[in-house]
Design a protein around this ligand. Sequence first.
Ligand code: NI
Length: 226
Amino acid sequence: MLVCVPNILSGEEVAQFRGAMDRAQWEDGASTAGAAAKLKSNEQLPPNGELSRTLGERLLAALVANPAFVSAAIPLRIFPPLFNRYSVGHHFGVHVDNAVRGDPLTGARIRADLAATLFLSEPEDYDGGELIVDDVYDSHQVKLPAGHLAVYPASSLHMVAPVTRGVRVASFFWVQSMIRQDAVRDLVYDLDTAIQELAPRLGRDDADVMKLAGVYHNLIRYWGEI
Ligand code: NI
């Protein structure tokens, strides 16, 4: 399922990211499009450049420290974040992401279970540019405040609608989850969400809350891979 995680970065952090990015050299975005290169028109920070890596490291630290992201993604490995920019007329047509991603700097490969977009522009600063993700039930149009994240199965059909005003800046990356199957991961996430809602009401040491937490951990023991 598609999950939106608020406040991965603070307003101050977004401003720092944007300041550094606005001063940087950008390149054509085709090189990271995988099989979908013909559908894509945008710009990116050079993926192996120092700025991508520096900002990517800061973003990774924020991601793994965010309980809501960890709960939704159950991450095992996260691909070094990339950064892109859509100006007027830029878009990315309907596609699914490649199953495997390799980092040219380290040779490390991950299975892309989840795709993620971290918005770095405020919604009122551009028109169009919605992330549109189809899942089994519905088509979701996503445009989040700067610093917020959308995470969804990388196997979903998805696209970025053409930008018709302003500039849409974002970071994007892939996650290999400890839980490969989307349906099982969704189930574990739903259980975790229910426990997080119950615990403040009943107390973390309530016997039923502890039982449910035990089921959660046993599901990860059974289905998780590390
Ligand atoms: Ni994609």
